[in-house]
Design a protein around this ligand. Structure first.
Ligand code: ATP
Length: 320
């Protein structure tokens, strides 16, 4: 009998489990078999595929990471790899796959669809770096973790009148930095989308706020801007204020998903499974205008991300 399958690919993100759970239970509710593919596209090359039932996804909605494991698979990313993955699917009776991951994973989903296995993508990545979707699963949890961590740094910075330069995740996308920066009252927020001037955007702002009585400072830097050790040194030399760099790193990828990531993951997973059940493929599930909708994968991959300049200007205006 017909089966659909689900895999998680690329970086893990909190809320992926909620999406996996929703795919499994929605598929079963439509009367189709559901398979779990382990370690991303790798599982389709190695045959690590397990049959899922209602209880295989019990007790996972509150867990970070992904019960299916995830991987980057250079072997899959070749014409022969895609062919082999498609033939694994055919031999297991899988005619549709839900792929939870980022843009790279969506390209894999498009290629597999072209080889005859219908795929539906779901945006799962903490960076919020997918152009076609206003929201990616894991973003809210990652930001909440970053805010908690910076709040802790703030306690110790305040006690010493120091400057804290904190690197948050986001290689090409400054969304985590922007929203975290607003939430912690950062004096400056550095993102890959907006070039910055060391004197004007950091030192002059610190001096101005210092004159009005501010004694401790937080600078939030996106991973894609980087260089926080050097930046902290330069700030200390320019201002005489003791400055420390902190790279938050992978703590932002872990932890129990927030309500938002559980709910968005659940809705996207369920919509994806129903589309597969209805015979659709080559689509991605995205959020647009706050609603969950589906788009053609190639169309989605061609979209250009727009950075929220308005919010960035607001941050600048009020964090002073
Ligand atoms: P994240 O942004 O969280 O890292 P991602 O999905 O963008 O997620 P990638 O490492 O880019 O992560 O991609 C995951 C996997 O998708 C790759 O290891 C590869 O197997 C597959 N993939 C990536 N790019 C392509 C491509 N152009 N064609 C086919 N498959 C691809």
């Amino acid at each position: 009998s017909k089966a659909i399958a689900v895999l998680t690919s690329g970086g893990d993100a909190p809320g992926m489990n909620a999406a996996v759970r929703a795919v499994v239970r929605t598929g079963l509710s439509h009367g189709v078999r559901v398979m779990g593919i382990q370690r991303g596209f790798n599982g389709l090359l190695s045959g690590e595929v397990v049959e899922m039932n209602l209880r295989s996804v019990s007790d996972i909605i509150h867990r970070g990471g992904t019960i299916l494991y995830t991987a980057r698979s250079p072997e899959f990313n070749t014409p022969a790899g895609v062919q082999q993955a498609a033939s694994t699917c055919r031999s297991l009776g899988i005619d549709g796959v839900v792929v939870i991951g980022g843009d790279g994973s969506f390209r894999g989903a498009r290629d597999l669809t072209e080889s005859g296995i219908r795929c539906i993508g779901i945006p799962g990545t903490i960076d919020n770096d997918i152009a076609s979707s206003e929201y990616t699963i894991g973003f809210d949890t990652a930001m909440n973790t970053a805010v908690q961590m910076v709040d802790r740094l703030r306690d110790t910075m305040e006690s010493h009148d120091r400057c804290s330069v904190v690197q948050v995740m986001g290689r090409r996308c400054g969304d985590i930095a922007l929203q975290t920066g607003i939430a912690v009252g950062a004096t400056s927020i550095l993102v890959p989308e907006v070039p910055y001037d060391f004197q004007k955007d950091i030192i002059e702002r610190m001096r101005f706020t210092q004159k009005t009585g501010k004694k401790h400072f937080i600078i939030i830097v996106a991973e894609g801007v980087g260089g926080v050790e050097k930046l902290a040194q330069d700030i200390q030399e320019a201002t005489g204020i003791e400055s420390r760099a902190t790279i938050l790193g992978h703590v932002q990828r872990g932890g129990s998903p927030t309500l938002r990531d559980r709910v968005v993951g659940s809705e996207m997973g369920s919509v994806a499974a129903t589309l597969l059940y209805k015979g659709k493929g080559n689509r991605v599930i995205v959020m647009q205008g706050g609603k969950i909708v589906d788009l053609d994968i190639s169309e989605a991959l061609n979209m250009k991300r727009v950075f929220d300049k308005n919010l960035y200007e607001i941050a600048h205006r009020i964090s002073i």
